[in-house]
Design a protein around this ligand. Structure first.
Ligand code: PMP
Length: 370
């Protein structure tokens, strides 16, 4: 485990002005050809301070480029981990079909992991999922079911319940990934993302910021970081409309939570997932669609970093937080690529239709629970 040292933090500078030619070579060259799953993790950390920090000389903001994983998102980390653990435990056997409910990225990651291991798969997403993500899940060769969106969490047609029913009714035929309650989800981040962040920041990280759907990223990473240094603070970034904020900030019990609507894909929830553990979370930032999408467009134009809406949410939350602390090293994740949302976030017509253009909030006015 790395300890704070006087060495430089291991980041690439995202700003083109600071980029040196040697920094353009990002990954270590391997000794020979590898399978695509060997490319999972080990993502670079980029410095986004110059564009996002409200106090750039004292508060640094770094981001892990999770969109560089082979299927284009952070979810490659859990897909591989969950499938391998299930194979090792004898729960996933040859001839079985893998079934996964997903907002899209877990679907692509599971699809890729199944393709490598020779399993058939069925992924179940809902209508909120971008067409780019649906097409990419199909591209790996499996079946994609698109369920209704906006149905109650206990409705049998809710995408998570479809997975549960299929698996319960066909034991031995289907293996359910069950990412919302499968504790191997958080363990994957505890084993990989947490150690990478400590190593890359030389242990100097003070705050970790992440959105939550299953809560795997936030829970697993925070657990590792706090085991290394209990002073590290962990902050949830939650879209307005998600029930997580009220459950965490206002202690509203699960059966009284009211679900709203939001457009950012892959984060925010309509129920409290079993994987999420509030005992490793210290604060929360409530973001909105317009500010998150504006941040995506800003980092694309200013830093040449093309990322999805949850990355925009995380980066905006980091900017808000940078105005609330005197000094620190904030680290967040860029969960997926903006290529998955070209028809939405980066499409002016869609942004105008949804009424997001020009509606972003300044980080100075951001709502934070601290
Ligand atoms: N961002 C995106 C784009 C995602 O697809 C997901 C997972 N649904 C997350 C963030 C949140 O990750 P987690 O499930 O670990 O909370």
């Amino acid at each position: 485990i790395a300890t704070p040292s006087d060495g430089p933090i291991d980041v690439l500078h995202a700003s083109s002005k600071q980029t040196k030619s040697w920094q353009a070579v990002r990954r270590a060259v391997t000794t020979g050809p590898v399978q695509s799953n060997a490319l999972i993790g080990g993502t670079p950390l980029i410095d986004v301070t110059s564009v996002l920090s409200l106090n750039p000389s004292k508060v640094k903001i770094y981001a892990k480029c999770e969109y560089m994983n082979p299927s284009g998102s952070i979810k490659d980390r859990i897909a591989s981990y969950i499938l391998q653990a299930a194979i090792d435990a004898g729960d996933l056997k040859e001839g079985m079909t893998v079934v996964a409910a997903t907002s899209g990225n877990t679907g692509s990651a599971i699809a890729a992991a199944c393709a490598i291991r020779g399993f058939d798969y069925i992924v179940i997403t809902n209508k909120k999922c971008s067409i780019e993500k649906i097409d990419s899940m199909r591209a790996y060769g499996g079946t994609v079911i698109v369920a209704k969106s906006g149905v109650a969490a206990d409705d049998p047609e809710h995408y998570q319940n479809i997975e549960n029913t299929m698996v319960a009714e066909n034991p031995g035929k289907y293996f359910g990934v069950n990412q919302y309650d499968n504790l191997n989800n958080a363990l994957a981040y505890e084993a990989t993302l947490g150690p990478e962040i400590i190593a890359q920041t030389k242990g100097l990280i003070t705050h970790f910021v992440a959105g939550s759907s299953t809560g795997g990223t936030l829970t697993g990473t925070s657990r590792y970081l706090k085991a290394v240094n209990p002073e590290i603070k962990s902050v949830l970034a939650d879209p307005r409309g998600s029930v997580l904020w009220d459950n965490f900030v206002n202690d509203v019990p699960e059966n009284e939570l009211i679900v709203g609507k939001w457009e950012i894909e892959g984060v925010g929830k309509d129920s409290i997932p079993g994987v999420l553990s509030w005992d490793v979370v210290d604060g929360a930032q409530r973001g909105d669609d317009a500010s998150s999408f504006y941040t995506c467009r800003k980092v694309a134009r200013d830093l040449g970093v093309l990322v999805g809406g949850s990355a925009g949410l995380n980066l905006h939350a980091c900017a808000v937080l940078s105005g609330k602390i005197d000094n620190g090293v904030i680290v967040t994740v860029l969960p997926d690529s903006g290529v998955k949302y070209l028809s939405k976030i980066f499409n002016d017509d869609w942004m105008n239709e949804k009424g997001f253009t020009g509606k972003e909030k300044s980080p100075e006015d951001g709502e934070i629970y601290w």
